[in-house]
Design a protein around this ligand. Structure first.
Ligand SMILES: [Zn+2]
Length: 81
């Protein structure tokens, strides 16, 4: 588990968006910068649209239209059955 400390509040806050339809929560644009950070969480579950997954991957990006930071969330099955 990660610990959040309050000094991170000064950084731009990012909204998490499900990545089947990643778009800016601010202006609705799908135009984004390249993903510059990747955070993989081992977490098994079943998503109602993506099906079963073994990992959740968070990728940080930024809207090209309004510069709003956000995190696109991917559900990936990486386990061979
Ligand atoms: Zn935007």
């Amino acid at each position: 588990m990660s610990t959040a400390n309050q000094s991170s509040r000064a950084k731009s806050k990012a909204t998490v968006v499900d990545a089947d339809l990643p778009r800016c929560p601010e202006c609705g644009s799908t135009d984004r910068t390249d993903y510059n950070d990747c955070n993989t969480i081992e977490f098994e579950g079943v998503h109602e649209r993506f099906g079963s997954y073994s990992h959740i991957v968070l990728r940080r990006t930024r809207c090209k239209q309004c510069d709003r930071a956000r995190v696109d969330r991917f559900y990936e099955m990486r386990r061979a059955r």
